[in-house]
Design a protein around this ligand. Structure first.
Ligand SMILES: Nc1ncnc2c1ncn2[C@@H]1O[C@H](COP(=O)(O)OP(=O)(O)OP(=O)(O)O)[C@@H](O)[C@H]1O
Ligand SMILES: [Mg+2]
Length: 273
């Protein structure tokens, strides 16, 4: 486990995001070291996705963003859009919250992964791009990549579609992967497989990961450290095991008590907080 070093890969400093009215995110700060996974956990509407979209500068133009975000030293909120495009999808990759809408239903999955490669490597030949697609599909343990790259999203299971999105995210060898609720839509068995896959990928590639979930039990399986968000603020932040076994903040305790675990029935409605 990495401690947040003097030069973190990602440093979010006093970030505030407003859409009009009460800020959706209010003065949060956290950092992420190379190879480290930070879990961002909190109930629906606490500002998790808004935070991750701010890092990628993908919030709508109406959003007011204040504070600092540094990635590998670059001030992401200040650099040009051209510089941002260099980071986005290449050095910082994201798995979005809705796996069904993230894939184009009328394009073969291999073509979609290839687009991600070509966006950042226009110099590669068709053959070289195809080789990277197959390699990425193999890395996420999709069977028979040479054949299945021609198939369409609906020809895959939900878990396999999530693997395709992960392949798309890692194909350009990012340094930071932002995963927004990557397992929420999946059943418990498949969820465990995807978590194992993410853990394996971050070890092989020394990947830093910002892992977002409303489920503290899931987060504590992948994260080195966890930040707990409530209504736009970070109320508690610490080592995952420590926070899971010895939560200090009342909200974290309630989150633990209400969250489904790998063993409870996920079809039951969540207790509200
Ligand atoms: N584009 C937007 N326009 C206006 N308000 C927004 C927008 N995006 C988010 N919000 C508001 O910001 C707050 C935080 O939303 P966000 O999507 O970050 O929550 P979340 O923690 O990701 O929730 P969930 O667990 O449901 O995904 C919410 O009150 C939401 O309504
Ligand atoms: Mg969200």
């Amino acid at each position: 486990m990495n401690a947040p070093g003097l030069n973190p890969l990602l440093a979010v400093d006093d970030l505030t995001i407003g859409f009009g009215g009460r800020p959706a995110v209010e003065g949060i700060s956290f950092s992420l070291a190379e190879g480290e996974t930070l879990g961002l956990v909190g109930e629906s509407g606490s500002g998790k996705s808004a935070t991750s979209l701010a890092v990628l500068r993908l919030l709508p133009p109406t959003a007011r963003v204040a504070g600092g975000i540094r990635f590998a030293g670059a001030p992401l909120l200040q650099i040009s859009e051209a510089e941002m495009r260099h980071h986005r999808g290449r050095e910082i990759a994201m798995i979005f919250q809705e796996p069904m809408t993230a894939l184009n239903p009328v394009m073969p999955v291999g073509e979609q992964i290839a687009e991600a490669v070509r966006a950042h490597h226009p110099e590669l030949s068709r053959r070289e791009v195809a080789a990277r697609v197959v390699e990425a599909m193999r890395e996420v343990a999709l069977p028979e990549p040479e054949r299945r790259m021609r198939d369409y999203p609906h020809q895959f299971s939900g878990g396999q579609r999530q693997r395709i999105l992960i392949a798309m995210a890692i194909v350009n060898r990012p340094r930071l992967l932002i995963a927004d609720e990557p397992t929420t839509a999946l059943d418990v068995t498949v969820q465990a497989q995807i978590l194992a896959l993410l853990n394996r990928l971050r070890e092989t590639h020394n990947l830093s990961m910002l892992f977002i979930s409303h489920d503290l039990a899931v987060v504590s399986q992948v994260a080195d450290r966890v930040a707990v968000m409530q209504r736009g603020r970070i109320v508690e932040q610490g080592a995952a095991a420590e926070l899971f076994h010895n939560p200090q903040h009342e909200y974290t305790r309630r989150l633990l008590a209400s969250a489904p675990t790998m063993t409870t029935d996920r079809r039951r409605p969540l207790a509200t907080i």
